[in-house]
Design a protein around this ligand. Structure first.
Ligand code: ATP
Ligand code: MG
Length: 389
């Protein structure tokens, strides 16, 4: 059997709510690992996953996609005696030495105070045992190649390869958000940011067939599936927006079409969010990144939502967003060359500083109410999960 030890970070701050946060984390992890039938236990602020060796790859992939843990490691377990702990440390060091590690440090923690050595004593004894067994593996307390951690709890746990977790909070502890998901780079990253704060996501995509192709829709489904790795799937609404888009084009001065289309999207998303009991909308807007995202234009589009609109990327530059998209795995899909409806619809000289009153007047002139209701009635929901992951 293999044991993984998980560290929860920010959850430790949640004093009286901590237990409920832990329960959600446990449920999320068990849900991710449902197919693997493994055991997840939680005692004294540590989570443990125990599984058969052949399931390690699956477990490690799941742990690398789990919000709410600061770190995790595959741990050796040993009896709670100094000799057993030292022997396990030596084994850990031998494996690491064989993989090219040349210096080490030990860090010890003793929750069970009945263990005969204190933390310092564990470091000294285990360090000496390693130096005797592997004279060429040197001690380096500042920048060691290998940090061996020892934790004396219900058992002794020894691990040398701690991996960073995604941090954040367990999905399902911070309400539900409706993400406006286009096929671009930004909105998937925006969804990821909110999910990392514990928000459960649902997504909506406005599709303008035949201006936008079936490939464009498939690309959005793929993006939702990739995001769904972190949230155990995402439900994606596809709303046909061709009639709305055409109406805006017919009824409005050309420079205004993009802002009005964005307003219609907010209006529609906010109606949908109410139907599906979401608490807020989420967009990938970033201040002044494009013409529709000046402060004046964002004010106009945001004004059509009756729910709070979260724009987690608002102060980020494009390069940081791209780096984040690469890290979370959406970038390669986002840059596939299928245009979204907004690109095809863009006026040559879009209005940059839309006035709110004028925007509302023009928006009312388009009389979109029944078209939006019809689009929502005809919308379809797909559960997006990544089967390749
Ligand atoms: P993205 O990379 O997310 O597409 P962008 O820089 O291309 O963003 P815009 O195209 O102006 O910016 O879109 C701003 C935001 O509006 C997007 O981040 C997304 O949240 C939402 N949005 C735009 N187009 C659509 C669409 N077709 N369906 C759903 N949401 C959309
Ligand atoms: Mg876009």
């Amino acid at each position: 059997m293999t044991t993984y030890l998980l560290k929860i970070g920010e959850l430790n701050l949640k004093k009286e709510n901590r237990r409920s946060f832990e329960q959600v984390l446990k449920r999320n992890l068990e849900g991710m690992l449902r197919a693997a039938a493994v055991r997840v236990a939680c005692t004294h602020g540590r989570f443990y996953v125990r599984c058969e060796r052949q399931k390690e790859a699956l477990i490690e992939q799941s742990l690398s996609q789990l919000f709410g843990i600061t770190g995790w490691a595959k741990a050796r377990t040993a009896a709670k005696t100094p000799a057993a702990v030292c022997a396990a440390c030596v084994k850990e060091a031998q494996e690491a030495f064989a993989q090219g590690k040349r210096s080490f440090k030990i860090s010890a923690r003793r929750t069970d105070k009945s263990f005969p050595l204190n933390s310092y004593g564990i470091c000294v004894e285990a360090g000496n045992a390693i130096k005797t067994a592997l004279p060429d593996l040197l001690v380096d307390v500042h920048k060691p190649d290998l940090l061996i951690s020892v934790e004396i709890r219900e058992q002794a746990f020894i691990y040398g390869n701690e991996r960073a977790g995604l941090r954040g909070l367990p999905v399902g502890t911070a309400g539900r958000g409706l993400l406006l998901l286009s096929g671009g780079i930004d909105s998937p990253v925006a969804g990821y940011c909110m999910a990392s704060r514990g928000m459960r996501l649902e997504a909506v995509y406005f599709h303008a067939y035949p201006y936008t192709s079936e490939e464009a829709r498939q690309k959005v489904i793929k993006l939702a599936s990739i995001l769904g790795r972190y949230t155990r799937g995402i439900e994606l609404w596809t709303v046909g927006f061709t009639a709305v888009q055409n109406r805006i084009k017919e009824c409005s001065p050309e420079p205004w079409t993009t802002v009005l289309l964005r307003m219609a999207m907010m209006d529609c998303a906010s109606r949908l969010a109410r139907q599906s009991a979401a608490h807020c909308l989420i967009t990938g807007e970033s201040l002044s990144q494009v013409a529709s995202q000046t402060i004046e234009n964002i004010t106009c589009t945001g004004s059509l939502s009756s729910l709070p609109v979260f724009r987690p990327l608002i102060g980020m530059d494009k390069e940081s967003i791209i780096r984040q998209a690469e890290r979370i795995g959406t970038y390669e899909t986002s840059i596939l060359p299928y245009e979204d409806c907004c690109v095809l619809f863009s006026p040559a000289h879009p209005i940059l500083r839309a006035k709110l009153t004028e925007a509302h007047e023009l928006y009312s002139q388009c009389a979109l109410d029944s078209l939006l209701e019809k689009a929502l009635e005809e919308s379809a929901k797909t559960l997006c999960v990544d089967l390749s992951a």
